[in-house]
Design a protein around this ligand. Structure first.
Ligand SMILES: [Zn+2]
Ligand SMILES: [Zn+2]
Length: 300
């Protein structure tokens, strides 16, 4: 190990301690229930970790505005961040309980903006953004938490992050569909450009050339395929872009949960669209995707 200055050793030791403490705290997932109206989700714990520890992701302007005036209508005093009495973490967002020294009232201040889903309480935008970030980076809650705890930011529970992933599922798949429509148009145009060149040479009428493959959520050994779901995609030869895709799944979490409880599943966007062998998924999805592209092609 190279020679380190005393300051560096202390800094490193301090950081290791900080991470260790935060990770230990994550194991404890009970939360005192006072201040009920401010609790979005009681999965997170602030036990043992105070607002003075580590770092947070904060929307500065949002926090600055909230601190600008006491929430008591008869008081116009500014709040001081140093008067935080309690912090409640919800994923990467925090609820801070700040006492106003002018009127003595406790204020509930949020460190980030929130939004509402179709049902349930307010959701911190930062948690939804974290779910988008995980998908962008191709990582899961475990890797995300390793990264943020290394920065000294308390992690979010897998349950919170998975919930937020489900929230963005539908809009993301709509964006993907639009992107496919645009890619298909681009592929057709590029092929037409080629067609003009090639027909002058008297070659065959070119059709769209594409590659198809399916990837699985679980690795297959070549002989056994037991994955519950896979994504088939068609990639255009000229653009290298995905022209169409389909998720094939023989599993739905909501249906499964309902059947375990012996109940009818609630109205939901069912993920299950396959009930035959996983092996047959690939060929079936490929054929279906090409059929859809052919149908579109007839109308172009
Ligand atoms: Zn006040
Ligand atoms: Zn279902």
């Amino acid at each position: 190990m190279p020679f380190l200055k005393d300051g560096e050793i202390r800094r490193r030791a301090g950081r290791s301690k900080e991470i260790l403490e935060m990770n230990n705290n994550k194991l404890n997932t009970t939360l005192p229930d006072e201040n009920e109206e401010m609790v979005i989700d009681t999965e997170e714990s602030t036990d043992g970790i105070t607002w003075k520890d580590g770092r947070r992701i904060v929307e500065l302007f949002s926090l600055a505005k909230a601190l600008n005036s006491c929430q008591n209508v008869n008081c116009t005093a500014q709040l001081n961040l140093l008067n935080v009495e309690k912090e409640k973490l919800q994923g990467f967002g925090s609820y801070l309980t700040i006492r106003c020294l002018n009127c003595n009232m406790l204020n509930n201040i949020l460190t980030n903006k929130t939004h509402y889903g179709t049902k349930g309480p307010a959701i911190f935008d930062i948690n939804t953004k974290a779910a988008i970030g995980m998908i962008e980076a191709g990582i899961g809650p475990r890797q995300l938490n390793k990264f943020v705890t290394a920065l000294g930011i308390p992690g979010a529970t897998a349950k919170t992050l998975k919930k937020r992933e489900r929230e963005i599922q539908k809009p993301l798949s709509e964006i993907a569909k639009t992107s496919c429509v645009n890619a298909l148009q681009e592929e057709i145009e590029k092929t037409r450009e080629q067609l003009n060149v090639e027909t002058t040479n008297g070659t065959d009428i070119p059709k769209l050339t594409a590659k198809y493959d399916m990837c699985w959520q679980k690795r297959g050994s070549g002989r056994s395929y037991s994955s519950h779901s896979g994504v088939g995609s068609v990639i255009g030869q000229n653009t290298g872009k995905v022209l169409n895709f389909k998720v094939c799944s023989d599993h739905c979490r909501i249906c499964l949960k309902a059947s375990q409880l012996g109940k009818e599943p609630e109205n939901h966007e069912c993920q299950k669209n396959w009930n035959k062998s996983p092996k047959a998924m690939e060929a079936h999805t490929g054929a279906e995707l090409l059929k859809i592209l052919e149908d579109i092609g007839e109308h172009k």
